[in-house]
Design a protein around this ligand. Sequence first.
Ligand SMILES: Cc1cc2nc3c(=O)[nH]c(=O)nc-3n(C[C@H](O)[C@H](O)[C@H](O)COP(=O)(O)OP(=O)(O)OC[C@H]3O[C@@H](n4cnc5c(N)ncnc54)[C@H](O)[C@@H]3O)c2cc1C
Length: 394
Amino acid sequence: MKHITIIGGGPAALMLAANLDTQKYKVTLNEQKKTVGRKFLVAGEGGLNLTFSSPLDDLIEQYSPSDYKAPYLKQFTNEDLMRWLKNIGISTFVGSSNRVFPTPDLKPIDVLSKIVKHLSSKDIEFRFETKWTGWNNKGLLCFEESKEEETDITVFSLGGASWKVTGSDGSWSAPFAERGINVLPFRAANCAFGVDWNKNFIATHQGKPLKNIALTFDEKVAKGELVITKFGLEGNAIYALSEKLQEALLNKENVVLQLDLKPSMTLAQIKKKFSNSGLSKVTDILKEDINLDRSTIGLLKQFSDKETFMNPDLLATTIKSVPIPIASVDDIDKAISTLGGIDLDEVDGNFQLNKIHNSYVIGEMLDWYAPTGGYLLHGCFSMGYSLANHLNSL
Ligand SMILES: Cc1cc2nc3c(=O)[nH]c(=O)nc-3n(C[C@H](O)[C@H](O)[C@H](O)COP(=O)(O)OP(=O)(O)OC[C@H]3O[C@@H](n4cnc5c(N)ncnc54)[C@H](O)[C@@H]3O)c2cc1C
């Protein structure tokens, strides 16, 4: 019987292990922490989005590069994932934002436990506190404090490089680079970006949400929410633009976001509100007629001069497009996901490394991007599932 050694115990690896044919392969899963799925549990702290409910083509569009991810997402769609979860006792529901969550009776730890329980019904050997450190000069796998290992097939599923406390520390990049594999530098994605707030503004509005807004950068529009923080802005709308913002910051471009404070109204409708208002003070019109809250009005004041603020036409235009200069990006360790990792050109269509035969790489280790909202986990699950199918067919 051939031996498959999986290294890393995140969602991509768990889905792979769950679908491998254990009649055909002896399967060992090695994890450097005491338990598997630590980042999965962290993901659950703010509401565990397992996938996103939308037509498959729209789902695929969210990934970058989408043509790279498409075959795996087609093999294991959002519907397939929900069905798979249901079959192992994890029921899901589609939230109002079309994000898919486990039903409220299931905490993230329950979801993980059900996946692990399903795995323990298969003949898979788990080795915890087993850190892979590289290859020896004969090409054998090396683990900290245990002997070198010869195996038939190795699957690396070591994650990205954020939330190091969960084990996804990116330290794997050095041995890969030593073998001549192109590992692109890690950068934060789905993360906060820095804004140089005016001191008075931030003292009053720190922690306040900006709801139902739209952000535009480099022709990409993201609707959703933001939270004003001391550092800058965070929230799903800016996370969705993080890949493009990072690219621009890397190229040292002058990065300015356009914030639409009222996407539900057209410019003409806002102008009409000003001209039809019976109120005389601009702040009252903004509050009463246009329905902007205190923080939104404060933000509008910070990014418009006095002349604009007193001119209804200019102010209406600014409400639809407040220019927010982005000063920096937050610490990578706080990011929800990372860009960079193994260059996609280093693997074939079945995740096999071109330079190391019988070695495969899946999950966030590879250089792809998706916004938050369930796309990251689904992206990882679909890779694990697709690789299991491929290996089972060999
Ligand atoms: C705060 C937060 C919230 C999130 N929320 C969501 C969400 O709601 N929805 C969503 O879709 N995604 C979310 N994500 C992202 C999602 O959790 C990750 O994309 C996903 O966990 C990546 O899975 P993976 O299998 O590639 O690797 P990981 O989950 O990163 O797992 C990699 C594993 O490999 C192990 N490992 C690493 N190096 C070694 C080594 N040398 N030897 C042995 N083992 C090693 C690690 O200990 C780790 O257990 C969130 C992430 C964070 C941080």
